[in-house]
Design a protein around this ligand. Sequence first.
Ligand SMILES: O=C(O)CCC(=O)C(=O)O
Ligand SMILES: [Fe+2]
Length: 312
Amino acid sequence: MSNPNMIPTVDLSPFFTTGDDEGKKNAKHLIHLACLTYGFFQVVNHGVPLELMARAMEVSKTFFEFTDEEKRKSSPASGSPLPAGYNKQPQHLADKNEYLMMFPPQSTFNVLPTNPSDFRYFSASQGHLTQLLEVIVAECLGLPLNFLQKFNDDRDCDLMVALHYFQATEFENTGNSEHQDGNLITILLQDEVGGLEVRKDGEWIPVTPSEGTLIVNIGDIIQVLSNDKYKSATHRVVRTKGRDRYSYAFFYNLQAEKWVEPLSEFSTSIGESPMYKRFLYKDYQALRMRNKTHPPSRSEDVISIAHYLIRN
Ligand SMILES: O=C(O)CCC(=O)C(=O)O
Ligand SMILES: [Fe+2]
């Protein structure tokens, strides 16, 4: 890893070429180091068509430029497990963004705009890449063959979120406050504006936009399963003056009823104590949702995965 202030970029083309075992091995080594060090990496030649990525950005801009009244026609339906549909962050939150949350196209909870009508195609398009990344990350970690595929076998829980960040003002620029992702693996597509930053050793490292590149980050579930070997890195989005920012986040997510705990191969079997208590994923999701609906007055009371840490 040459420059410690840059999130590494990995060329995934060997995984789309038969026989390039050396290329695959090198790519996996880079991903392994990135997951140990940053919890973030970028990928190129990832198999997602560049025209599709460009179209996704255009469609998002078209939608978010509509009036609030028009956008609110896609407001979440009651009874949905998460607010699928159009949402604007409440005024009391520092985060100034609006977003369209989507379950996979087959979900009955989706409230998608009819104009533009293309959003449904994008959520279907990232499946191959996330599944490839899941296999790669599992191999890099040295997990038993097919462990993650079996553990994480319900694709109805995955989420895609199209985000629009408003321009920064004279006085504040928070787009997405510092956080860790609660899922397994996230893929991000950002436009050319920039603003995504990853914390490493107390410093904020910007993830510089680069056309055709996708950003990948490890979420809390991988951090817990690996007993802290792989990092669920803290990241945030800072808004820019004079520029709106658009991005997409694909959350490769776990089924709500799954129990999560450090795997024995990263703890008891190698003589190390488990760092986390066992928990039900839906309980953790509910606590994270509460952070948003009832934000605590002290930032140290925001619930993160540290809530389940075993403190000796
Ligand atoms: O907009 C981005 O680039 C990042 C979004 C993000 O971190 C999130 O939604 O969890
Ligand atoms: Fe995030």
